[in-house]
Design a protein around this ligand. Structure first.
Ligand SMILES: [Zn+2]
Length: 118
């Protein structure tokens, strides 16, 4: 549910007349800001050659089923709890929460209607 003060609570107080001083200072701050706005990002491992995603039925595969390249980088196995690092990751931005957000505001909902109604 959209909250009218959510952008301010998330630190989004950017006004164009203020210049660029209020922009997030780095990638981490930008990522944190988007998370606080309630727009989820899903990370899905991918083949480094772009053949496939390790998703749904393929989530447990260790090698690409097309080019047979490894999913994870080779690391020194010092600790069995060490997290594996994939060669490539897809950042998936689910559409439904973004559409909900666009229709939650009257100002943006007007722009989401079919153009023939105008
Ligand atoms: Zn592949």
């Amino acid at each position: 549910m959209y909250h009218k003060n959510l952008p301010r609570r998330a630190g989004l107080t950017l006004k164009f007349e203020d210049g660029l001083d209020n922009l997030p200072r780095d990638y981490y701050s930008t990522k944190k800001l988007i998370e606080d706005l309630g727009l989820p990002v899903e990370k899905i491992d991918a083949c480094k050659n772009g053949c496939m995603l390790y998703w749904k039925n393929a989530v447990d595969l260790e090698y690409c089923k097309f080019c047979e390249d490894a999913r994870y980088k080779l690391t020194q196995e010092r600790d069995s709890r060490h997290k594996k690092s994939p060669y490539a990751v897809l950042n998936y931005l689910p559409l439904t929460p973004r559409l909900h957000r666009l229709y939650a505001s009257r100002a943006t909902a007007e722009h989401m209607t079919w153009h023939a109604t105008y």
